[in-house]
Write a protein that binds this ligand. Structure first.
Ligand code: NAP
Length: 288
């Protein structure tokens, strides 16, 4: 491994883009790959990054490869397809760090496949949305071996305000799903309170500042106030991604009264076409 770590980054969506910018700002040398190459070019126009033409190129030249992809299927494709990372591993080894929200099972499968090729693997999903990503204030929840985590810590420090190793591979994913279960429950709770108030003549613009000033106000209620009041549902965290996380939690044994109701709400919202909107569009769905 070289003394100046070369970082490969795959996935320049809402989260990946600002996370890479913070790595660059911290002085890391980053080469990016995105399925849609336009996003790589747009990023290169803003900050100093190299663009890889293929996943194989990244595998052959990176010390660390980060992934920030939609879901399990995307991550598996990037690792396991014929043109994917695993097929490209030769004598050069990298450390694999997945920051997407995926299932602990997928992490364990990919970590085992990587191990067979001499590649160390960390799951390191994040808590925090686009704004914390932009401000390097993410909370990073890692699973894997301590020695590998220690090597990744300087990069985590460039992207987040806190990182922690929770246990073996998959532990980070479990913690992330637990946090997003609470996130979804909170979002639906907020939506139901707004709907009830409006039905009885109190507008969201009057209610939300009161919620935010009191004990039930939270980072989430404050973050989503502007969206609700101005009826702006452009995705920072797409509703379909939250629905995916609750499906993963359910597949991992989540079987609670509010969790079950949330799961139904999100599935219904996706079915009605709200999947591409922000997760707080659960309000629009419940109002409709
Ligand atoms: P996003 O904006 O939808 O970006 C998804 C990324 O995955 C894009 O770069 C996309 O490439 C890539 N991708 C999807 N399918 C692929 C495939 N089959 N092969 C290769 N690349 C593929 O998602 P995001 O909001 O950045 O979220 C990324 C991950 O972080 C998700 O797991 C999400 O649950 C999690 N997360 C999100 C937030 C949030 O607030 N947004 C917060 C915490 C965690 P293209 O550009 O080519 O489509």
């Amino acid at each position: 491994m070289s003394t100046t770590n070369k970082i490969g980054w795959i996935g320049l969506g809402n989260m990946g883009n600002p996370m890479v910018k913070n790595l660059v700002k911290a002085g890391f040398e980053v080469t990016v790959y995105n399925r849609n190459p336009e996003k790589s070019k747009a990023l290169q126009a803003e900050v100093k990054v190299e663009i890889a033409a293929s996943l194989a190129e990244l595998a052959g030249s990176s010390d660390f490869i980060f992934t920030m992809l939609s879901d399990d299927a995307a991550l598996k494709e990037v690792y396991q397809s014929e043109t994917g990372l695993l097929a490209a591993v030769q004598s050069h080894k990298f450390i694999a760090i997945d920051m997407s929200t995926v299932s602990p099972e997928t992490t364990k499968i990919l970590a085992a496949l990587c191990r067979e090729k001499g590649i160390d693997y960390l799951d390191a999903p994040v808590s925090g949305s686009v704004k914390p990503a932009e401000e390097a204030q993410l909370i990073i929840l890692a699973g894997g071996e301590e020695a590998v985590y220690e090597k990744a810590k300087p990069m985590f420090a460039a992207m987040g305000k806190l990182s922690t190793l929770l246990g073996p591979n998959g532990a980070g994913n479990v913690a992330k799903l637990a946090i997003n279960l609470f996130l979804g429950i909170t979002a639906q709770g907020l939506a139901e309170a707004v709907i009830f108030a409006e039905k009885n003549g109190i507008q969201s613009s009057a209610l939300l500042p009161l919620i935010n000033a009191g004990a039930v106000g939270s980072g989430l209620t404050k973050l989503k106030t502007e969206n609700i009041v101005s009826n702006n549902y452009k995705a920072a965290f797409a509703l379909k991604l939250l629905a995916k996380d609750i499906r993963l939690a359910t597949a991992n044994g989540m079987d609670t009264p509010i969790g079950g109701a949330l799961s139904q709400t999100l599935a219904g919202a996706v079915e009605k076409g709200f999947g591409e909107e922000d997760m707080i569009a659960v309000l629009r769905y419940l109002k409709a």
